[in-house]
Structure formats: C-alpha cells, structure tokens
Ligand binder design. Sequence first.
Ligand SMILES: *Cc1c(COP(=O)(O)O)cnc(C)c1O
Length: 465
Amino acid sequence: MRYVSTRGGAAAQDFTGVLMAGLASDGGLYLPEAWPQLAPADWQALAGKPYAEAAFRVLRPFTAGALDDAVLARLTAEAYAQFDHETVCPLVQIAPSRWLLELFHGPTLAFKDVAMQLLGRLFDHVLTARGERMTIVGATSGDTGSAAIEACRGRDAIDIFILHPHERTSEVQRRQMTCVTDDNVHNIAVRGTFDDCQALVKAMFNDAPFRERMRLSAVNSINWARVMAQVVYYATAAVALGGPARPVRFSVPTGNFGDVFAGYAAARMGLPVAGLTVATNRNDILARVFASGSYRKGEVARTMSPSMDIQVSSNFERLLFDACGRDGAKVAALMQGLDADGGFELGGLLRQAAPLFTAAAVDEALTLETIAATHRSTGRLIDPHTAVGVAAAERVAEDALPMVVLSTAHPAKFPDAVERATGLRPPLPERLSDLYERPERYEVLDADLAQIQAHVAQRARIVRE
Ligand SMILES: *Cc1c(COP(=O)(O)O)cnc(C)c1O
C-alpha cells in the first residue's frame, strides 16, 4: 500500500514512512493511493471475532508491504488487551434502533486510547527494528496528554515529555498523567497557561538543531495510523447490528474530524454505511460547512465538551482531497485561502461529492437536557461529548435503520456536567478507583524555553554519537 499527500507535492510513501512522518513534507496529510476494498464476505467474517482479530483483518491492507502479518497480529493483540471490557468497544442499546458504541474502556477513559494504544506500539516496533529512538514532546490542557502517556509508557525506544499548565488542570486530569511513574515518562508542570505550553512545544519543534538532535516527534491526530485504527470499530459495530446485509448510520461527536473521517474510510472500503452525522458543540465550523459550503474560522468558545472546542479541523483536509477529485493542487490552494483569508467557499461540492454526511451543532442547554433525558429513559449516565452525538442523532430523519452514536468518553471524566444535568456524580471505574492514593511524579518549571530544553536534553535517551 502506497500513500499520497493531500497537497500533491510530496513523494508517495509506504505505511512505515507515513507513520514516522506524521505530516507530509508539503504540509499535506497522507491518504492511501486507492481505498482498499473488503468484499461482503470479508466483513461478514468479522462477526463474532475478538476485537484484536477484527482489527488485524481490517488494518492488514493498510500495512501491506511494510509490516509482517505476524507483527500486526501481535501489536493489535497487545494494544487491545489493555481495555477493561472483553469486547473492547461494546454496543449498548438506548432506544429502538439506537445504540451507543462505548469507546471509553481504555486506560484513560476516552476514545483516543483505541488508536493511541496501537500507535505507541507501532512507533516502538519500527524504531526498535531500525535501532533508533525518539523523543515525543506535547502540550496538553488535560486529556490528550494522558492518552499519549499511556500509549508510550514503558516503551524502550521512546521518551515522552508532556507539558501541562501548573495548577490549571483538574486533579483527575493531572493524576492521570503524573501517577504514571515509568522511567520514560516525563511530566512538566509549566508555571503558565496552556497557550504558554503550546508555544514552548512549538518553539522546540522550530529549533531545527534541537529537533534533529533530540529526534523530536509528536503524536497528533493528523497521523494516518490514528485514523486507520478508528476504522475498526465502525466495522465491528456494523457487523454486530446486521451488516453488511443491513446498512447502519453513525452519529459522531467530532472536533478535528478524525473520528468521523474514519467512518467515511470504512464506507469507502465497502462497509455499507447509510449515513454519517457530524455532531459538533457550539464550535460549529463543521456543521456550517456541511450546511452552507462555507468553511470559515470563528472564535473558539469554551464548552462542557472541551475536547471538541476546535475551530480548524485538521482532518477535514482529507475529505476535501476526495471531494476535489484527489487534485492536490486544488486542496493546496484552498488551504492557502484558509491561512490568508480565514476560510474558503465550497458551494455545493460537499453535498455532491460526500452525500453520506449530515451535520448538526448542539448548544450547551440541549447537551445538559440530553444527559438528563438519557438518564431518565435508560438509567445511564453519559458524558457531554456523547450527549452532543445523541442530540445530533435525534435530528436525522427517522427510518428503521440502526443508528449508532459514538460514546467518546466515560461520564466520570466530566463529572461536573453530568452532576449538573442529573444530580448524580459518576464514580471512577475500578481501574482508577485508587487514583487519589497513587504517588505522583512531575517537575514544576518556569515557562522558559532554555530551561525546558535543557531539562529534555538531560533526560531523553536518544542514541548519542
Ligand atoms: C478528541 C475527542 C473528541 C473529538 O475527536 P476528533 O477526532 O477530534 O473529531 C470527541 N470526544 C472526546 C471525548 C475526545 O477526547
């Protein structure tokens, strides 16, 4: 399998090249040169298989020529053994024709674990085979940091440094990072804001000699391997509900367009998907572009679903590439318009080229009301991100087809919103129940680039000449 850049100006690469590069050299994102196809019998064969084996079967075409089957089978088995539920991503029915797909049974209680647990192992495998190491650096306001740390902890070839704003994350968020005491995990509490942390990380990447010397890398959501890993649960859910004979709809709470793009990829691979609902909170750039064809940045508003408080959705570029007939020059011109003018116009292009998608923006009041209503009708507590997905699903034309809402976080991860809606405070699940008693390890440093670079250089175990 070869991969091409959405901007048409970078050489094609195999899976390993794309995994290690993240972003293409022309600033574009990688996509398979052609969508691999699974036949109805191949989808059918996933029925009743353990999740890791389904993952192996769905992902194999993407890694073909770059990873041995035995390696992919081992890495998927190890990644999905880290989940608390035997089926990894279970389906729960909440109404006639409506299901939740619970993606939060991993180590940090949010759906990013599903892809990150595999990504960390893929990195480690490739680096070890090459006799190399790398240093991952990232900034977090709370949630992505812990998923990255859990994915990299204990990996021989990787050191990870995560910057968070000192005393500005919740205690649960901090402890999910700082109670990981593996030698290769380095938490830095920066005396400053999340913006300071992001600026420091950016400055480290912009310092070319430092970047090369430390072999800096990121685990951000534009990496193809993350999108690829998310295709799997669309397939397991559809097959469990009667696919491929019966098409299924999905409603996906989204910010960066990564998760819902994986659903589109599944459809392009031949999985019968009847519709994909793009569910956003008040930060509605995606809902607006599907409604009006106008893609325009707004101000980021803070909401109860902070993991979707995003105004530029990086993975949307991947859909644009297909919608523009895979014309990289056209995509490059549109993205230039985004930088120069803050947006671009697509007219009716998406409706024509991507008719699977519908979109809905859900405000804060409806999010709370949906958490409360779901609790009244099912006895279940859902988190605010999931509630956005449930509310958006309500707006899609009713038919007899199954509608699956992706449930992206455990309610205990966002207890304040859940308590406000229902009066009930969801307890942490058993794997984290002693979180408040665990020892913490982190360093508090000033928001000073030289000091933080020295800290990283002293601790990173890159191969030195
Ligand atoms: C990251 C995240 C999302 C949004 O996912 P995208 O891939 O950015 O669309 C939704 N819900 C939760 C809980 C998240 O952590």
